[in-house]
Design a protein around this ligand. Structure first.
Ligand code: DNO
Length: 403
């Protein structure tokens, strides 16, 4: 039995249509109600509208990504309980509509981070790059964050300062646009509307986390899980927390979904199959301490959603995305384990045995250059990854059958 082939689709405004996805062989859609502001509950009629659009095209709404968690829940602001109530209402409504898997994250202030959205390979394709030194320069020279210099190793700060001191106005604007506007705008991250200076928005958000360290953030996550997971169980909805990207503390803030220890802590905080995680190979693989096959082995029964993508790690925690097959992640091993996990769940009569998998990101190539796709989400590059993974999986399944 193959993994369920899913694809992240950004709703009716997506440049890629559901009809096109069907041609590629997509079985299930991963999407969110992007038009509903973060914090509001999702009404049944809105959920059904999206579901119907997808089902009319012969696919199913496999996973919600994301049901965004408001900042107030993460830093325990005054409105936290009200926001959790709204969140629970969304869970009940999703369950009532038959949507059974939800991906979310608990990263303070900023979701995924890249510093270059046009990293060029010699063959003409483009990828996404993260330079820690450039990000630290953003903290020191653009956010003017006190303490940034003390939070990173000296050799990284030196590089950041060398870059920052020579940074032109154009480079500065590009970095702001990349880190705050382009990578966050299309997901459920920071929204920058109109005249407001994105840097100010960012600084104001950061200030709200004053005093939030790893212990506090973990407690806030536990508080949230203790309330939502019992409701998710009742509604028949499984939650899948997404790892931090990149998996390390930044901005002087803790990140608590970066390593095997973190995952263990979260799984123990509330023990339930509804308290699961998204096995995102791309995010986890850029922390050198992470042993992906080991993580998969230890927590395989809690994987509820899979993101497959590969990376290449350089010195100083810099990395770039390297497509799907080649890179740090042993895709053969990972796919083989995931297929084994499905079989074992089936043998144990679990209803959640078929794992939804989406090709995460893709290189920009060929006609992708003629379109303004969301960064990391081009059509042709993702389709190439999709085809590669599908072929690799087919080979593994055949091999297992013959063994
Ligand atoms: C970007 C992704 C994120 C991630 C969400 C999950 O491409 O890494 O959008 O999927 O944070 O909640």
């Amino acid at each position: 039995m193959s993994l369920e082939k899913t694809w992240r689709w950004f709703g009716p405004g997506d440049l890629i249509t559901l009809d096109e996805l069907r041609q590629i062989g997509v079985e299930g859609i991963v999407t969110s109600l992007h038009h509903i502001p973060k914090g509001r509950s999702w009404p049944v009629d809105e959920i059904l509208k999206a579901k119907q659009l997808i089902e009319e095209k012969g696919m199913r709404w496999s996973v919600v990504e994301s049901l965004p968690v408001s900042e107030e829940i993460k830093y325990a602001g005054e409105e936290r309980d009200q926001l959790i109530d709204n969140y629970i209402e969304s869970i009940r409504n999703l369950g009532a509509c038959g949507i059974d898997t939800v991906c979310y994250n608990f990263m303070p202030v900023i979701d995924w981070i890249r510093t270059d959205l046009h990293y060029k390979f010699p063959d003409g394709t483009e990828s996404l790059y993260f330079s820690l030194a450039e990000f630290v320069a953003f903290e020191i020279f653009i956010l003017n964050r006190e303490g940034a210099r003390d939070d990173y190793p000296d050799h990284v700060v030196e590089k950041a300062v060398a870059f920052g001191e020579k940074m032109t106005e154009k480079q500065r604007n590009e970095l702001v646009d990349t880190i705050i506007v382009k990578t966050q705008g299309f997901i459920d991250g920071i929204k920058v509307d109109g005249e407001i200076d994105p840097v100010r928005i960012f600084q104001n958000l950061l200030a709200l986390y004053d005093g939030v360290d790893q212990t506090v953030l973990r407690e806030n996550l536990k508080y949230f899980l203790e309330q939502i997971i019992p409701e998710a169980e009742k509604a028949g909805v499984r939650f899948a927390i997404h790892p931090d990207d990149p998996p390390m503390p930044v901005l002087g803030l803790p990140r608590i979904v970066s390593t095997a220890d973190d995952i263990r802590w979260i799984m123990n905080a509330v023990d339930s199959l509804s308290n699961g995680f998204t096995f995102c190979t791309g995010s986890l693989s850029v922390n050198p301490v992470n042993d992906l096959p080991g993580i998969l082995k230890e927590f395989s029964d809690k994987v509820q959603f899979v993101h497959l993508r590969n990376t290449h790690l350089e010195a100083n925690r810099n990395f770039y995305e390297s497509g799907h097959i080649s890179g740090r992640v042993d895709m053969y091993q990972i796919l083989k384990s995931l297929l084994g996990e499905q079989n074992s769940r089936k043998a144990h009569s679990r209803t959640d045995y078929r794992l939804p998998m989406r090709v995460d990101h893709g290189l920009r190539m060929l006609s992708d250059f003629n379109h303004d796709y969301n960064p990391g989400y081009p059509l042709i590059g993702r389709m190439k990854g999709f085809a590669e993974l599908r072929g690799l999986e087919y080979g593994i399944i055949r091999m297992l059958e013959q063994a």
